[in-house]
Design a protein around this ligand. Structure first.
Ligand code: NDP
Length: 477
């Protein structure tokens, strides 16, 4: 017998993805650099479906039906190149290599170009949902040649998560690096969501005076409303968890230094290159790096702060409602920024990404899955060329309703010295877009003053320069 699909790289993600294919009735060839992992997988889970164990690359390739579909699930970066170099010479034109790791989309573009010359279809495929998702149904973001999706798509649709309306959480995102790009921005938005939730928690604790267990209850209630999402749900779980060895809230015994693997940072780096303001995502990445500077934080502990004024019981409850508004409004802004980045990437690289389809496949399986994504899809359904999520009537109205509370929350945070870079940056973005006039006019004047960089006028076409060092008359540039 031969396998319809093969998976090489059998750490947590690859193993679970292979099991997911097998549980859905596919015969799966499995391979790993270290053969013991392959053996362990088949010994432990062989009963779940049809696996073909391959020890060598040659055996692995020989086990696959043609055209071959070979999924790579190894560490992103050089290991992925090493594995491609190992397998590509064994493949034939028409075969498909699918990279399910967290590759940088620029690497995916490079690999796709190189393999295309050999006639091999290279599919850079973003996978979200962690190890549970990989096993029970992830959100899948494949890029690569459209033709490859004809044969691969139905298999992915089978193993993917399903949204509440039953739609599979997978779509052909676009050519070459489009899938990995969208996965990258997904992770950037995930960083922003987590930061905003963290700020809400900190405010409820330090300003409203609630305990972690009480905050868990608040999050549980929020999870029944418009904030209904996986991240809010697990936040309640984490906050209500009590450490067994000390009896303290779990959140109080964890070192408060957040780690990162890089996809959030990439989202911001690429946004800088594309000139897209993703301030909320950037603040989330910076907040993690600030938390990690233990020495700097220790040295700064004595810096002056405001006198904290705890709230009374009723005030605290009212404040919690405001925080929900601030969190929701800030969340709209992060998604607005993330989708802007996807639109800009799509434009830059000619990917023609369907933003509505992207929001649709994030509705299930992935870390940012949320009821909210249905509304984003509805916004793009209503108008595919929506210039910004904030231009959608529903979102605009919701933000309008939230803005007074949102501002109050940021004011309270500033007054009480609780850092809320996410809430504040989102609000500044909103006000920046709304502003009739921005101080950018002054910036242009300064640039013209020191560098003769010229400026445009509101009342006439053309570029102008003022003779700042002379009689200050204006010249056409
Ligand atoms: P790791 O990223 O820890 O990678 C381990 C796997 O890579 C092992 O199978 C290992 O083989 C293999 N490997 C490493 N270097 C080489 C090499 N030079 N040649 C051949 N094989 C090599 O595993 P994960 O399962 O966590 O992740 C797999 C991919 O999926 C990564 O790209 C990751 O970023 C991505 N991903 C992970 C998610 C997660 O939640 N963990 C979520 C979404 C994507 P060996 O056993 O021989 O060491």
């Amino acid at each position: 017998t031969s396998a319809q699909i093969g998976v090489t790289g059998l750490a947590v993600m690859g193993r679970n993805l292979a099991r997911n294919f097998a549980r859905n009735g596919y015969t799966v060839a499995v391979h790993n650099r270290t053969a013991s992992r392959t053996k362990a997988l088949v010994e432990e889970f062989g009963g779940e479906g049809d696996f073909i164990k391959a020890e060598t690359a040659e055996e692995f390739v020989a086990a696959l039906e043609r055209p071959r579909r070979l999924v790579i699930m190894v560490k992103a970066g050089e290991p992925t190149d090493a594995v491609i170099q190992e397998f590509a010479p064994l493949l034939e034109p028409g075969d498909m290599i699918i990279d399910g790791g967290n590759a940088h989309f620029a690497d995916t573009r490079r690999r796709e170009r190189a393999l295309r010359e050999q006639g091999i279809h290279f599919v850079g495929m973003g996978v979200s949902g962690g190890e549970e998702g990989a096993l029970h149904g992830p959100s899948i973001m494949p890029g690569g040649p459209t033709a490859s999706y004809d044969s691969l798509g139905p298999m992915l649709e089978k193993i993917s998560a399903k949204a509440k309306d039953g739609a599979p959480c997978v779509t052909h995102v676009g050519p070459d690096g489009a899938g990995h790009f969208v996965k990258m921005v997904h992770n950037g938005i995930e960083y922003a969501d987590m930061q905003l939730i963290g700020e809400a928690y900190q405010l409820l604790r330090d300003v409203a005076g609630y305990s972690p267990a009480e905050i868990a209850e608040i999050f549980r209630i929020w999870n029944q409303g418009r904030l209904d999402s996986y991240l809010i749900e697990i936040t309640a779980e984490v906050l209500s968890h009590v450490d067994a060895s000390t009896g303290k809230p779990f959140v109080d015994v964890v070192v408060d230094q957040a780690e990162q693997k890089g996809t959030g940072r990439w989202t911001v780096q690429i946004a800088l290159d594309l000139g897209v303001p993703v301030s909320g995502i950037a603040e989330a990445v910076f907040a993690r790096s600030l938390s990690g500077h233990a020495g700097l934080r220790e040295a700064s502990r004595e810096l002056a702060g405001p006198q904290a004024v705890p709230l009374g019981k009723e005030e605290a409850a009212a404040f919690a409602d405001r925080v929900e508004q601030a969190l929701y409004a800030s969340k709209i802004v992060s998604y607005t920024q993330g989708f802007h980045e996807i639109a800009a990437g799509s434009e830059e690289y000619g990917w023609d990404i369907d933003l509505g389809a992207v929001s649709s496949i994030w509705r299930g399986g992935c870390i940012i899955r949320a009821a909210f994504l249905d509304r984003i899809r509805a916004a793009y359904d209503a108008r595919a060329d929506l210039p910004s999520l904030l231009s959608d009537e529903t979102f605009a109205r919701e933000i309008a309703d939230a803005q007074d509370d949102w501002r109050e929350v940021v004011i309270a945070a500033v007054r009480q010295g609780v850092p809320t870079p996410g809430f504040a940056a989102a609000l500044a973005y909103y006000d920046g877009l709304r502003a009739e006039r921005l101080p950018a006019a002054l910036t242009q004047g300064q640039r013209d003053f020191f560098g003769a960089h010229t400026y445009r006028r509101v009342d006439r076409e053309g570029a102008f320069h003022t003779l700042w060092g002379g009689d200050r008359s204006e010249a056409s540039a």
